[in-house]
Design a protein around this ligand. Structure first.
Ligand SMILES: [Zn+2]
Length: 457
């Protein structure tokens, strides 16, 4: 595969980012009225330029129906109707797939489109394209988000993510690198010794990586091999838990700011330094938190999914596109004063729920994140993953070389049993399996929290 180079002009990007940064000064009313007019224009464009939207929402747009009355677009529907959703007739899903699996996957498709793929956590592969204006808006949003946490052209920052040019984090990284001081290239799949040596030599102020990798770096620092003093970790892709924030604070007195990037839509949200929820780019998207039946839920209440409508991508319009993250909107503005509303927390994905028999009858759903704390507390655990068994649970762990795997397994089993017992879950079986390493999966090389039960279990 050929490595991609930055596709955006640096001065144009900085100009756009600056323009977006000025919107941070807007009042909430100004922001919402801008969003409304952008939405009207995006919906009209979708109906004019896309056969799929003309059929599905043409009438609703014509009579000015509220967005909550529009149908929801699932990932499956997006993939099945891709060729009629895109507004450039030269584009097709097959062609995007072929481009992404070709030797030049990092290059621009048709000389103008950034093409990316998703898969990983939900197991269903998807593809997306960004036209030039949409990509410029996406990266300008990210530059603005980073300015919220004090990152500018002089900041020493490194990224440790996946290495594949099909993934959006790779492309975002390439564009951002062009703006920053030169930095070594890392990815999570490199040998840890190489990453530790590189970080010791570079001494970055900011590290962007997966939450699970903050844990790995903290272990290296605590073991005395890593000697860095970052002030900030930026995390994305996996759910960020309080344990990881605490770990970064204890290990480095560092702040963790989470970011929220969606393959199909681009960078959507980022925390400020207060770390109290993700500020959303409401000038580029409309966000709705809804229940299982696509009805809006009030601020502060966890929905079953998040729906997004893109206001910037005129080539791949997304209207009420369903993302399976379980989120709640904040109930009040942030103390930092930004006009952008926040997602209070991302509790995880629907696919990460585990189901057990309940004491006294029935079943109980336990989100895998509820089981993270006992595992984070278990000394010696390097990685972990849950496998739902019919009626039970397998916990797969990888342990550090210097510890006794059997003792660690026993402690893990006991801790998880206690956590399940506390919520009245009574699984028929809880077992621990020790492996050498838990492979990262999918194009994004995320570490999956829950995997489906293998055949025969
Ligand atoms: Zn804030």
């Amino acid at each position: 595969m050929t490595a991609a180079s930055a596709s955006l002009d640096t001065s144009e990007l900085l100009r756009h980012s600056h323009e977006r940064q000025l919107r941070s000064e807007w009042s909430r009313d100004t922001l919402l009225s801008f969003q409304r007019s952008e939405l009207t224009s995006a919906l009209r464009h979708a109906v004019d330029a896309s056969a799929y939207y003309r059929e599905t929402i043409g009438g609703l747009v014509a009579r000015g129906a509220p967005l909550k009355d529009f149908p929801v677009l699932t990932k499956r529907a997006l993939m099945e109707n891709f060729d009629r959703i895109v507004t450039d007739p030269r584009l097709s899903r097959l062609q995007v797939e072929q481009h992404l699996s070709g030797v030049d996957s990092g290059s621009l498709l048709l000389g103008q489109y950034t093409a990316v793929a998703t898969g990983g956590t939900t197991g269903e592969r998807g593809v997306a394209v960004f036209d030039r204006a949409a990509w410029l808006a996406a990266i300008a949003n990210m530059v603005r988000f980073q300015a919220f946490v004090g990152i500018d052209e002089t900041t020493r920052s490194v990224a440790i993510f996946a290495s594949s040019p099909v993934h959006i984090s790779y492309h975002v990284g390439v564009e951002l690198r062009a703006l920053r001081p030169p930095a070594p290239r890392f990815n999570v799949l490199m040998p840890i010794e190489e990453i530790v040596d590189g970080l010791n030599a570079n001494q970055p102020d900011v590290i962007s990586t997966y939450p699970s990798f903050v844990r790995v770096l903290a272990s290296e620092q605590q073991a005395g091999r890593l000697h860095i003093r970052p002030r900030l970790f930026r995390t994305s892709a996996e759910t960020l838990t309080q344990e990881i924030r605490d770990l970064a604070a204890e290990t480095w007195q560092a702040v963790v700011a989470n970011s929220y990037v969606c393959t199909e839509a681009g960078p959507m949200g980022h925390e400020c330094l207060l770390g109290d929820g993700l500020h959303l780019a409401e000038d580029s998207f409309v966000f709705e938190v809804v229940d299982e039946n696509d009805r809006p839920v009030p601020d502060g209440v966890e929905g079953a999914k998040l729906l997004i409508t893109t206001l910037t991508n005129r080539t791949l319009p997304l209207v009420r596109y369903e993302i399976s993250d379980i989120v709640a909107m904040a109930t009040g503005p942030c103390r930092c004063g930004l006009p952008f509303w926040r997602i209070g927390s991302i509790a995880g994905r629907r696919e990460e729920r585990l189901r057990f028999a309940r004491r006294g009858g029935g079943t109980v759903d336990v989100h895998a994140h509820r089981l993270r704390s006992p595992l984070t507390g278990a000394a010696g655990v390097r990685q972990f993953q849950f496998v739902q068994l019919p009626g039970g649970l397998e916990i797969v762990i990888a342990v550090f070389a210097e510890v006794d795997a059997e003792i660690v397994s026993g402690a893990v089993e006991q801790a998880v049993r206690a956590a399940l017992n506390a919520v009245d879950a009574v699984p028929a079986e809880v077992r621990v399996r020790v492996v050498d390493t838990i492979e990262r999966s999918g194009a994004g090389a995320k570490q999956r929290l829950v995997v489906a039960s293998p055949e025969g279990n």
